[in-house]
Design a protein around this ligand. Structure first.
Ligand code: BGC
Length: 771
């Protein structure tokens, strides 16, 4: 690999000096360092660092680049104060001086590789100790190629797909110099008002844990430290998704038992898969901010979960301890966050400003600071940066064309993310010829809402809109009429009239409705989960024409579907699918592919049911079987049910499930049984079916969820094929978190279901016995 000259010199100096030091320094006795592999280099550095250099390692800031003075940058980042090239260059010089003085440990959101190379040259060649910088950014569901938003991809129920897309993101991201991505987001989200539902894998603990592990494996590849391995920063630790009333940044008023039962397992799965970085969350848990929460970041994370890597704050969350009313000022906030176990501060700068003096004054033990530095250097070492600080800074790789396979993967993952919620009279798939189609709605020809939240880097790869993909798919494109009808959230003059005349002239209406990209994501909580009223009016007007109606929903959370939208013959959930969105939707609409996605979260009947999730406990007065009787648990006039349950999704086949069978009716505490059911496809098309295994513990010392997913598998069924699908069930899978927050296995009766969704039929019974 071609390296800049200055680096070759400085790198040699760096490597030689560290090799000598490494040889003479005994391995530290600290148990943490002992587990950290080759730590003599790290221990030696810590010994030689000044307090300012140590605090510098704890600081992450945004990298400056000459690109910031471009007019394009200003257009893409309208919230940034306008700047000039002169000011930007002065800013860059000042930032490089900080790097030279060892006052920055990590830089975020690279814009161009030259700036990274320059900064790294200064870090390793001109700073006193030559400690390399690390570069990170939010590469959440794509970089140059955009894959479906994470919630959509979770609908594939195919963790291996998420591993593959994460691998592709890592290949593209590391080629542009990224050492780390602030992903995956593994927050379980059970309140659809929360805008960040779009960034996770939905409401279920098992599904969330499998996707968490798969994404980590994808980002990091087979071996950390290689040029295409990108560190995963698992976020947000913890319980960010439990925000009260779904309001972003609000507190999570949950118990420690629920923390262990619901919110921690996906993190554990990610750590077990090799993640060594996590991000502390913005929220409080039971009144204590996560970023200043010693019990969470030290007792639970490190001591119980065995995490040995580094914790970074989330964008100033260490400073926000003041706004919470937890710290009195910045100095106090820095002390509290570091003492709690937060190693690196994102952007605020309070760590480098206050920590040296806090140590000098004796308010902070230097050992705590050393511990944080040690963890950060450990992560840099694992990322391969001590062996080669330029391992991911290769101009030729940065300029190389994108692998063709990424585009194909974008289409495959988009197709697999689509969920067919309804398909009366098999209206879908539509024929490619012989029928006039009116594609109506604000998303028919939209090009701005295809990628979803967190896709800021993909401008050079325009995503495919619906209209052009439909034209391309149809044998006679003149059969397609495209009309907007209304804007996303506002009427357009004459819109409904134009839509009606297009509908009257067509055989079928395809209505593209939904949320704009910026109605989901960070800081995008909603009070109502309905479609904007103009879109509902358009749907009502079109339904009155009596033409068959297919609704294509574009959204990043579960919605409450009402009126003509709910009653449409067919509904496809198409999310934000990224680069290949239009083509993937066309593949399913015109039947080149059969839909196979399943809901990773329940679609409620009404917004007021939130938080709504399938794994709720029964109250003492459950409203069973859709009852709306008085003195039972339901909202007035609304059954305690979902419109579409978790796990639901149809195919172009005709799939049915026979009764669930269990190989024994008793299970010992260390035993296992086989649970099976025959699944048949009586349809005329091959399908992929997501077969799900649910349990219910009838009596337990902590009331158990009415249904709990314990396994799932995607199977292929040819037309007319029947298949017996079997799951091995171990006693361990029947465990839950007890009152003392520890996992417990209790004897008693369990119901078991193999089912196509959380709405299950008749269970099989199993007795877990002590014998
Ligand atoms: C978000 C994080 C993100 C960070 C850096 C924060 O506002 O909560 O998820 O990684 O910004 O962009």
């Amino acid at each position: 690999m071609q390296k800049p000259d200055a680096f070759n010199l400085s790198r040699r100096r760096f490597l030689i000096s560290s090799a000598i030091i490494g040889a003479v320094t005994a391995l530290a006795s600290n148990p943490l360092t002992a587990a950290m592999g080759n730590s003599s280099r790290i221990e030696d550095l810590i010994k030689r660092m000044t307090l300012e250099e140590k605090a510098g390692q704890l600081h992450l800031e945004a990298i400056l680049s000459p690109k910031m003075a471009d007019s394009d940058f200003a257009k893409q980042n309208p919230w940034m104060p306008p700047t000039t090239l002169e000011k930007t260059l002065a800013g860059i010089a000042a930032q490089l001086e900080k790097v030279r003085q060892g006052k920055i440990g990590m830089l975020t959101t690279p814009m161009d590789i030259d700036s990274l190379i320059k900064a790294q040259q200064v870090a390793v060649g001109e700073s006193r100790l030559g400690i390399p910088l690390m570069f990170g950014a939010d590469l959440i569901h794509g970089f140059r190629t955009v894959f479906p938003v994470p919630i959509a991809e979770a609908a594939s129920f195919e963790p291996e797909l998420a591993r593959r897309t994460a691998r592709a993101i890592a290949l593209e991201g590391t080629a542009a110099g990224h050492d780390m991505t602030y992903a995956p987001m593994v927050d379980i989200a059970r309140d659809q008002r929360w805008g960040r539902v779009v960034e996770g894998a939905g409401e279920d603990v098992l599904l969330g844990s499998r996707f968490a592990a798969a994404r980590v494996r994808g980002f990091q590849g087979d071996k950390l430290g290689t040029s295409d391995s990108m560190l995963a920063c698992v976020k947000h630790f913890a319980a960010y998704g439990a925000a009260e009333s779904g309001l972003d940044y609000a507190g999570s008023p949950i118990t420690e038992r629920i923390l262990h039962e619901v919110y921690l397992p996906p993190f554990q799965a990610a750590f077990d898969a090799g993640a060594i970085v996590t991000m502390a969350s913005f929220n409080t848990i039971d009144g204590v901010p996560a970023t200043g929460n010693q019990h969470l970041l030290t007792d639970i994370l490190r001591n119980n979960m065995g995490f040995q890597g580094m914790v970074m704050s989330d964008f100033e969350s260490e400073k926000e301890l003041i706004a919470h009313g937890f710290a009195s000022d910045e100095r106090d906030a820095a002390r509290l966050a570091l003492s709690a176990g937060c190693d690196m501060g994102m952007v605020s700068g309070i760590f480098p400003t206050y920590i040296p003096d806090l140590v000098r004054s004796g308010e902070l033990d230097e050992a705590l600071l050393d511990q944080a530095v040690r963890r950060i250097l450990y992560v840099k070492q694992q990322a391969g940066l001590f062996d080669d600080p330029f391992v991911r800074l290769n101009k030729a790789r940065d300029k190389a064309p994108l692998p063709k396979a990424h585009r194909a993967l974008a289409r495959e993952s988009a197709v697999k993310s689509i969920v067919m919620l309804k398909n009366e009279n098999n209206l879908l798939p539509l024929p490619k010829q012989g029928k006039k189609i009116a594609l109506i709605g604000p998303f028919g020809s939209d090009t701005r809402n295809l990628n979803g939240a967190w896709s800021p880097f993909s401008a050079e790869t325009p995503s495919v809109p619906l209209d052009s993909a439909f034209r391309h798919a149809l044998e006679d494109p003149s059969l397609l009429t495209v009309i907007m009808g209304c804007d996303i959230d506002a009427p357009i003059q004459g819109g409904i009239e134009q839509a009606l005349s297009a509908a009257h002239a067509a055989d079928v209406v395809v209505l593209a409705l939904g949320e704009s990209e910026n109605m989901t994501g960070e800081s995008r909580s909603r009070t109502e989960l309905t479609l904007p009223s103009v879109q509902m009016e358009l749907a009502e007007a079109l339904a009155a024409t009596g033409k068959p109606l297919v609704v294509l929903l574009r959204n990043g959370r579960a919605l409450t579907l009402q009126g003509a939208v709910r009653d449409a013959s067919s509904i496809l959930l198409t999310w934000y699918l990224g680069t290949e969105m239009g083509n993937a939707v066309a593949d399913v609409v015109f039947g080149d592919e059969s839909p196979s996605g399943r809901l990773p979260m329940s679609f409620p009947l009404a917004s007021g049911q939130q938080p709504y999730y399938y794994a709720r406990e029964y109250s003492g007065r459950p409203a069973l079987n859709g009852s709306t009787a008085m003195f039972k648990s339901h909202f007035i006039g609304i059954p305690d049910e979902a419109l579409f349950p978790f796990g639901h999704g149809l195919t172009y086949g005709d799939v049915s499930y026979a009764a669930t069978q269990c190989s024994a009716d008793k299970l010992s505490m260390n035993g296992k049984v086989m649970v099976s059911a025959q699944i048949s496809n009586k349809g005329s098309r091959a399908v992929e079916e997501v077969v799900q295994l649910y349990i219910h513990d009838r009596t337990a010392s902590v009331v158990q969820p009415r249904r709990k997913l314990v396994d799932f598998r995607k199977v292929k069924l040819a037309a007319g094929q029947s298949l017996t699908v079997s799951f091995q069930l171990t006693a361990e899978q029947l465990a839950f978190i007890g009152q003392d927050t520890k996992a417990v296995l209790e004897a008693g009766w369990f119901d078991l279901w193999i089912a196509p969704s959380a709405r299950c039929g008749e269970p099989a019974a199993l007795n877990l016995t002590r014998a």
